[in-house]
Structure formats: structure tokens, C-alpha cells
Design a protein around this ligand. Structure first.
Ligand code: HEM
Ligand SMILES: *[C@@H]1O[C@H](CO)[C@@H](O)[C@H](O)[C@H]1NC(C)=O
Ligand SMILES: *[C@@H]1O[C@H](CO)[C@@H](O)[C@H](O)[C@H]1NC(C)=O
Ligand SMILES: *[C@@H]1O[C@H](CO)[C@@H](O)[C@H](O)[C@H]1NC(C)=O
Ligand SMILES: *[C@@H]1O[C@H](CO)[C@@H](O)[C@H](O)[C@H]1NC(C)=O
Ligand SMILES: *[C@@H]1O[C@H](CO)[C@@H](O)[C@H](O)[C@H]1NC(C)=O
Ligand SMILES: *[C@@H]1O[C@H](CO)[C@@H](O)[C@H](O)[C@H]1NC(C)=O
Length: 328
């Protein structure tokens, strides 16, 4: 009993003391204060302008940030175009529905105009994720430390190797996160990013139609919800239809903790979402994160850790002139 309560305490303490474990590898608050004082405002203005007419932008940028950080660290390698000699991360299979590159280019052009060669594309990705998600709150909902530098390498093969698939089980997810120094708590909390956005049918339809190869459904998927999904996704290979990742919470763009409510009702869309209920520690965290305050506090901490993965700082890397191409 004592052991149980101690565990509970540690869990709650972990949720409420975000700075305890937050690390951001040499980044700092307002890195551009002297060198480009308007940078963060310019970025927010342009992102909010687009977010006002394109509410899906938040989902695009949040996912872009995740994909950037998990491959070679948060170095804007996700933005680099393929060349005749090298196929880039952008063109790897998990790129389904990555978007918003045009907005990043507009932001970069504006900060280059204000302060040429100063603000990295990697920091723009981190700030654009924060600002696009924060638009609906009318204020920034997490702090972004800056000072990241841009990488010079982007490889399709590395995206495939580092970005977990939606068919992953708990062990595979934990390993993928731990390879980036992220914990089980980070996994459960950052999966809450699926509170916004949509997913394509072919990434979960096996759960509806042929889970074990016997024309069966995934028994861990809510059968009412599965029946609904079958009305949307008509066959296993439909890669054009999308459904909300977090149904029943305002719109697909409402950033809240309802994702965890769905999880508990066995309505996690991907196997990787449902997997969070297959481990008792993770599932205890899910219970706590249903509370939006807990979720937001924990998300602040975990996204800061994600934003610090293998960052290039100081004189490492470069400040790209154009986000889609490395400097000549
Ligand atoms: C835990 C491992 C994860 C897996 C296996 C995973 C997988 C996926 C998949 C398959 C999609 C749908 C793509 C599509 O059909 O177009 C998706 C969408 C999304 N993911 Fe994740 N994801 C994971 C973690 C994260 C994290 C850490 C974040 C950010 C904090 C995130 C944010 C998003 C967002 C916002 C979308 C919606 C994108 C849109 O609407 O365009 N995901 N994810
Ligand atoms: C995703 O990759 C494919 C090639 O595999 C490419 O044709 C497509 O343009 C990419 N999508 C984005 C948004 O970059
Ligand atoms: C998880 O998935 C991996 C890779 O597909 C597999 O090797 C492993 O056996 C699975 N683990 C469990 C507990 O099902
Ligand atoms: C279901 O899976 C089995 C075994 O992999 C396969 O033989 C069968 O063709 C699949 N059915 C459909 C409709 O794809
Ligand atoms: C699967 O469904 C999609 C969308 O409804 C349709 O375009 C496609 O032709 C279907 N494919 C098969 C093999 O039935
Ligand atoms: C969708 O599926 C069709 C048919 O299987 C395939 O030709 C096409 O390349 C797929 N599109 C994407 C974006 O994966
Ligand atoms: C399935 O979803 C319904 C609501 O749509 C909910 O009432 C029910 O409790 C869920 N079932 C399970 C097993 O979670």
C-alpha cells in the first residue's frame, strides 16, 4: 500500500514539476533578443494570419515539429527538398499530409528581410508549432527556448527508421521515444498531440476489417466506434478518406485533453494510440491527463524536451538562407 502511494506521489509530482526534467540542450529564452528582437513577433503574426483562415495549420505544424525532432534532432531537416542525388525526409512514406511548407517559407522570407542570416529554420518550426496551436487561446500556451541551428542532411531512410508507425505496439513506441531520450511519460503526454488533426483510413483500417487475417475487427477497438469508422472507411486500401483523430471534442482543431477521454472509451484511432492502455503505468497517466490542467502542464514539459532533441547550437550547423535548401 505504501509503495502504491509513493508511486502515485511520484506520478503527480512528475506531472506538476515540469522544469524538474525539462532539458533543452543549450537553448535559451529569447535567444534573438539582441540579434533580431522582432523575430518572434514576426513569426507569430504570420502564423496567426494563416491560422485564422486555415484552422488545420496547427495540426500540420505540430506534426511537422514532431517529425523534424525525431529525425537528426530539431534541425529543420524536415524542410529540405530532395535533390537528384538524395531523397529527403519530406518524401518518406510517413509524410502523408505533412503540409504548411509554404507558410514556413513566407515566415522565413519575412525574418530574413528583418535580420538576414540570423534566425534558423529549426527555431521557426518550433515557434510555428507553438504559435499555430496557441492561436485558439489567443496567447502562447508554452514557452519555446531558441538558438537551434539548421542541419545540412535530410534522408528519407532516416525518417523511416525513426518515426514510429501507427501500427506500433507499446514496446516499440517506448523504444522509439527512449532512443530520443524521451520517457514513457513523454510518450503518453505527446501522444495527446492527437487531440487535433486527422488520419487516413488505410493507417487503421486493418483494425476494422482484417485484424488477424480472419476478416475480423480489433477487439480492443470500441465496437460502436468501429461500426462508425466502417461507414467512413470502406476498404483496407482507402488512402484518401480522413477521419478526426479526436472525435467528439469540439472540432478537429480544438486543442484539449479529450484525446484521453476517447482513449479510455477504447476509441484511440491508431494501434499506437490504443497501445497506451496496454501498460499499467501509461494507463495510469492517461487517467491523470484527462484533466486539462494536468495535460497542459505535462505537455509544456514534454514538448520542451522534444524541442531539445539533439539540437545543433553555437557554431554547429548553419543558418539556412532558404528553409528548403541547404546553403551552397
Ligand atoms: C507516438 C507515436 C506517434 C505515432 C505512431 C503517430 C502517428 C501518426 C499518424 C499515422 C498520423 C496520421 C497521418 C495521416 O494519416 O495523414 C498522425 C497525425 C498527427 N500526429 Fe502523430 N504520431 C505519433 C506521435 C505524435 C506526436 C509526438 C505529435 C506531436 C506532439 C503528433 C502530432 C500529430 C498531429 C497533430 C497529427 C494530425 C496531422 C494532420 O491533421 O494533418 N503525433 N500521427
Ligand atoms: C511525400 O512523398 C512523396 C514521394 O514519396 C512526394 O511525391 C510528396 O510530394 C510528398 N509530400 C509532401 C507534402 O512533401
Ligand atoms: C511489438 O512489436 C515488435 C515489432 O513488430 C515485435 O517484435 C514484438 O514482439 C511486439 N511486442 C509485443 C509485446 O507484442
Ligand atoms: C485478410 O488477411 C488475410 C491474411 O493476411 C489475407 O489472406 C486476406 O486476403 C485479407 N483480406 C482482405 C480483404 O484483404
Ligand atoms: C476503396 O475505397 C476508396 C474510397 O471509397 C475507393 O476509391 C477505392 O476504389 C476502393 N478500393 C477498392 C479496392 O475497393
Ligand atoms: C494510394 O493508393 C493508390 C492505389 O493503391 C496508389 O496508387 C497511390 O500511390 C496511393 N497514394 C498515396 C499517397 O499513398
Ligand atoms: C464505446 O463508446 C461508447 C460511446 O460511444 C461508450 O458509451 C462505451 O462505454 C464505449 N465502450 C467501451 C468498451 O469503452
Amino acid at each position: 500500500m505504501k509503495y502504491c502511494c509513493l508511486l502515485f506521489f511520484l506520478l503527480v509530482a512528475g506531472l506538476q514539476l515540469p522544469s524538474f526534467r525539462a532539458q533543452a540542450g543549450g537553448l535559451k529564452t529569447s535567444f534573438y533578443k539582441k540579434t533580431c528582437p522582432k523575430a518572434e513577433q514576426i513569426i507569430q503574426d504570420i502564423v496567426w494570419k494563416h491560422a485564422a483562415t486555415n484552422p488545420e495549420l496547427a495540426a500540420k505544424f505540430l506534426r511537422m515539429f514532431f517529425h523534424d525532432c525525431f529525425v537528426r534532432g530539431c534541425d529543420a531537416s524536415i524542410l529540405i527538398n530532395s535533390t537528384p542525388k538524395s531523397t529527403a525526409e519530406k518524401d518518406a512514406v510517413p509524410n502523408l499530409s505533412l503540409a504548411g511548407f509554404d507558410v514556413i517559407d513566407e515566415v522565413k522570407a519575412a525574418v530574413e528581410k528583418a535580420c538576414p542570416g540570423v534566425v534558423s529554420c529549426a527555431d521557426i518550426v518550433a515557434l510555428a508549432a507553438r504559435d499555430s496551436v496557441s492561436f485558439q487561446f489567443n496567447e502562447p500556451i508554452w514557452e519555446v527556448k531558441t538558438g537551434r541551428r539548421d542541419g545540412r542532411i535530410s534522408l528519407q531512410s532516416e525518417a523511416l527508421a525513426n518515426i514510429p508507425s501507427p501500427f506500433s505496439n507499446f514496446t516499440t513506441l517506448v523504444n522509439a521515444f527512449s532512443a530520443k531520450t524521451l520517457s514513457v511519460q513523454d510518450l503518453v503526454v505527446l501522444s495527446g498531440g492527437h487531440t487535433i488533426g486527422v488520419g487516413h483510413c488505410n493507417l487503421f483500417s486493418n483494425r476494422l476489417y482484417n485484424f488477424t487475417g480472419k476478416g475480423d475487427a480489433d477487439p480492443s477497438l470500441n465496437s460502436t466506434y468501429a461500426a462508425f469508422l466502417r461507414t467512413k472507411c470502406k476498404n483496407l486500401s482507402d488512402n484518401t478518406t480522413t477521419v478526426p483523430l479526436d472525435p467528439g471534442s469540439g472540432t478537429t482543431t480544438t486543442f484539449d485533453s479529450h484525446y484521453y477521454v476517447n482513449l479510455k472509451q477504447h476509441k484511440g484511432l491508431f494501434q499506437s494510440d490504443a497501445a497506451l492502455l496496454t501498460n499499467s503505468r501509461a494507463s495510469n497517466l492517461v487517467d491523470k491527463l484527462v484533466d486539462f490542467k494536468n495535460f497542459l502542464n505535462a505537455f509544456r514539459s514534454s514538448i520542451t524536451r522534444m524541442g531539445g532533441i539533439q539540437v545543433l547550437t553555437g557554431t554547429q550547423g548553419e543558418i539556412r538562407k532558404k528553409c528548403s535548401v541547404i546553403n551552397g
